[in-house]
Design a protein around this ligand. Structure first.
Ligand code: CDP
Length: 221
């Protein structure tokens, strides 16, 4: 890995812990770039399916990755010419992402791509292994968590806002299954970095978590 003096704020945590919203706000606050690493795993799940590759085919998926033309453009993600943000944000692609993310060859194939987001003046990276594997030298490491019930409720409301009526119990069940898969996999499991600040957001609103992250970041940067 090439040493870089460009600062990274790594924000890791389980599904629906508030990472995405907070990471984007923190990036805006500092004028930093933003990496939504989960979106990359979702794109890989989507592109595999679209190419007729099953989510169990590690080798084939890993070989597909370097051929993908992925571009983050504002709030959208382009795969070639195709706008795919809404296509990858489904529960199905969340499950697919978690499945393909288990494979070491898939993670290796995405490693360099993620590091390329580290550009001046800085990067806020959100995911599962930002502080442990991809940017172990991150200046700031935050681990966001919340109870499974709180996270399922948030996901339910998020979907409702997007006009999608779902079943809370199904969401809770899927979220717990995804937590288990992400926690128990052998490669880069969801795990708090030793020197991370853990924030349980179950009873906190976005604004107060944002303030905490900005305060620790200002001290560290
Ligand atoms: O939006 P949500 O938090 O549910 O998921 P996401 O951040 O979009 O990530 C989808 C899946 O990709 C996760 O369940 C993980 O299995 C995987 N992932 C990963 O393994 N490593 C990352 N750095 C980011 C996501």
């Amino acid at each position: 890995m090439i040493a870089s003096s460009t600062p990274v704020i790594a924000i890791d945590g389980p599904s629906a812990s508030g990472k995405g919203t907070l990471a984007k706000k923190v990036a805006e606050h500092f004028g930093f770039h933003y990496l939504d690493s989960g979106a990359l795993y979702r794109v890989v799940a989507y592109a595999s399916k679209a190419s007729g590759i099953a989510w169990t085919q590690e080798e084939e998926i890993a070989r597909l990755i370097p051929t993908l033309d992925i571009e983050f453009k504002g709030n959208d993600i382009l795969l070639g010419q195709l706008s795919i943000d809404s296509l990858i944000r489904t529960e199905e692609m969340g499950k697919g992402a978690s499945q393909v993310a288990q494979y070491p060859k898939v993670r290796t194939a995405l490693f360099d791509l993620q590091q390329q987001f580290r550009k001046s003046p800085g990067l806020v990276a959100d995911g599962r292994d930002m502080g442990t594997v991809v940017f172990p030298d991150a200046k700031v490491k935050i681990f966001l968590t919340a109870s499974a019930e709180t996270r399922a409720k948030r996901r339910y409301e998020q979907l409702l806002q997007a006009g999608i009526k779902s079943d809370y119990d199904v969401i809770l069940h899927d979220l717990q299954a995804r937590d288990k898969q992400d926690l128990e996999r052998a490669t880069a499991p969801l795990k708090m970095a030793d020197n991370a600040l853990c924030i349980d957001t179950s009873h906190l609103d976005i604004a107060s978590v944002f303030d905490q992250i900005v305060t620790v970041s200002q001290q560290a940067l």
